[in-house]
Design a binder for this molecule. Structure first.
Ligand code: F6P
Length: 321
């Protein structure tokens, strides 16, 4: 059985990371493990920046956004020198295994460390929901709620002024946030990288069609992978005559208190990760599939395709008109 484990958060932070840290620390302590909290992701591992956590180190964090361990993206860790430094620190500290909470970039680091003899269990923590093996990532549900609340506010003023709001949401290269926020906010058009679009047909003509049925205010949801919302707003105004404004929601989407769903998901995943490490099992990604917590080999998980549900897109287009 592993005696000492470390936990770190890496990449863009996500609401619910704290709940996952809490679960890891509490489950580890209950098993009599020593648990190190590693600061600023892989940077803290290479620089030996960590502290021993106990049951009370994680009090009052389940409700907090961000990550008490801080987060970072590390170029050094991708080098051989960085990897060797991380392994050296693990050996010096007697760290038998690690829980890595982050996105797919962080998973690659966990895979490499596992292959070099430090067993890692990775938890999907990202608002983007772009992890192929997993139905929902930690932080996605909260980001969806935040976007919905923000766009509802934008909608109020859009309605008062008979305007069109062109809203850009995060998601990196994936359109999950934009598609589902578009559905939840009743967007007239949704532009995501997974579905090729023709601006004239899919935005301008759709707006004009809805205008003919009496609609006077609009929301157009755009994934950041498409971008260009300011230009889009100008073009819409010119071609439809509807006064238009662009909003880039930005990092507001990544903060805030996690939803119940994210807190529970993070707690289940953190607990599961420790049960794997307890049995000496590493090189795994913890995921949720059809409401069940499962785990996969990291290499296999990284190879799994991320696919948008095109039926959802089709449905959105049929009912938001
Ligand atoms: O991966 C999470 C995410 O918020 C993406 O949606 C976005 O593209 C990126 O991180 C932004 O990163 P940064 O905080 O470094 O600007």
């Amino acid at each position: 059985m592993m005696k000492t484990i470390g936990v770190l958060t890496s990449g863009g932070d996500a609401p619910g990371m704290n709940a996952a840290i809490r679960a890891v620390v509490r489950a580890g302590c209950e098993l009599g493990m020593k648990v190190y909290g590693i600061r600023r992701g892989y940077n803290g591992l290479m620089e030996n920046d960590m502290y021993e956590m106990n049951l009370r180190s994680v009090s009052d964090i389940i409700n907090r956004g961000g990550t008490i361990l801080y987060s970072a993206r590390s170029d050094r860790f991708k080098t051989d020198e960085g990897m060797q430094a991380a392994i050296r620190v693990c050996r010096e500290r007697g760290i038998d295994g690690l829980v890595v909470i982050g996105g797919d970039g962080s998973f690659r680091g966990a895979r490499d460390l596992s292959l070099k003899g430090i067993p890692c269990v990775a938890l999907p923590g990202t608002i983007d929901n772009d992890i192929g093996c997993c139905d929902a990532t930690i932080g996605y549900d909260t980001a969806m709620e935040t976007i919905m609340e923000m766009v509802d506010r934008i909608r109020d003023t859009t309605e008062s002024h008979d305007r069109c709001a062109v809203v850009e949401v995060m998601g990196r290269g994936a359109g999950y946030l934009a598609l589902n926020a578009g559905i939840a906010c009743g967007a007239t058009s949704i532009l995501i990288p997974e579905v090729p679009y023709d601006f004239e047909r899919d935005v301008i003509q759709r707006m004009m069609r809805t205008q003919r049925s009496g609609k006077v205010h609009f929301v157009i949801m755009v994934s950041e992978a498409i971008g260009g919302v300011a230009e889009m707003a100008k073009r819409i105004q010119k071609e439809t005559g509807v006064e238009s404004r662009a909003t880039v929601l930005g990092h507001v989407q990544r903060g805030g208190s996690p939803t119940a769903r994210d807190r529970i998901l993070a707690s289940r995943m953190g607990y599961h990760a420790v049960q794997l490490l307890k049995d000496g099992i590493g090189n795994r990604v913890v995921a949720i599939k059809k409401e069940e917590i499962v785990d996969y080999d990291i290499v296999e998980a990284l190879a799994m395709e991320n696919s948008i549900d095109l039926d959802m897109y089709k449905m959105a287009m049929e009912i938001s008109i």
